[in-house]
Design a protein around this ligand. Sequence first.
Ligand code: SAM
Length: 334
Amino acid sequence: MKLPHTSLEGKHLPVMIDEVIKICNPKYGGNFMDCTFGAGGYSKELLKFKETKVVALDRDSQVVELANKLEDNFQSRFTFHNKKFSKLDLVSPKKFDAVIFDLGLSSIQLDDLSRGFSFKSKAELNMSMGQTETSAKKVLNTYSSQDLRDIFRIFGEEKEALKISKNIAKERTEQNIKTTDELVKIIKKSKKKNYKKINESTKTFQAIRIFVNKEVTELIEGIIKATKILKPGGKLIVVSFHSIEDKIIKFYFKNFSKNRSRSNKYLPDYDNKLSLFDDYKNKIIKPSTKEVKKNPRSRSAKLRVAIRSSEKFFDPKELRSKFKYLTDLEKRIA
Ligand SMILES: C[S@@+](CC[C@H](N)C(=O)[O-])C[C@H]1O[C@@H](n2cnc3c(N)ncnc32)[C@H](O)[C@@H]1O
């Protein structure tokens, strides 16, 4: 079947698509949830297998047009919900063979300079992926210098967070910081000059984006709810792009699997049989050199997969408590 086309297509290359599809094993059908529809790369590939059904979500309203076209083409096999994945339990009563997360931004979002994600733009500082309560501009102009320092240091792992936040607080006494190039100028002024590997603004921009979109809270709630809707033997597949995300996923998969270490201080000694996942091998799948060459944005991607055990679902409270310092930071208000 010919697949629908919109102007957004072709703007995002799906990361590790062969690996994701192989793990899903859709040859004989199955129910799949694509929590991060984006340009529909994974959903469309899964729908190429005749017996599959796909439920997709994305918080960004920009992708609705493309998703609607896919719904028209695959009527009973594809449904889309313009929702955040922290609410994935509300969209379908089904149990799934795989739930997939491909975190972060799509190239559609990054390349649309008007959305303010890219430090190459001169656009208004927005950085919302959709359905957020705040914007980058509001955060930068209303949060205290200490809050900004914490956001940059913790979500961006930015060593010069203190200096950047102080300079932001100083600049905005003159006039509000409105555009990405104004922010870039302040960051450049604040940082020492010897940054070769990544752009000096990368970490600060990542931090603001995580904060504005409450990405840590979304991830934790999303993966817990995904676990709840998986069939026994179903796969929880996560492609992540920065170390905070990977830390959360690794902790969850390692500590709630059958072969978890009993010595973890965060975990009560559950009944030996109680586990959410089968044995977890702590294996990371990375994009091939060929893929990185073709799609440089895939270079930091890490794919992890856990297999749902047949045990009853229980709430993994310790996952929330371990990363409470991050979700509490996302809750801060100016
Ligand atoms: C990397 S892209 C996914 C690309 C997709 N796999 C493809 O191949 O076309 C990530 C997408 O997830 C969406 N997203 C990020 N966080 C989300 C959340 N909490 N809930 C729903 N969608 C989210 C973004 O809006 C973006 O469109």
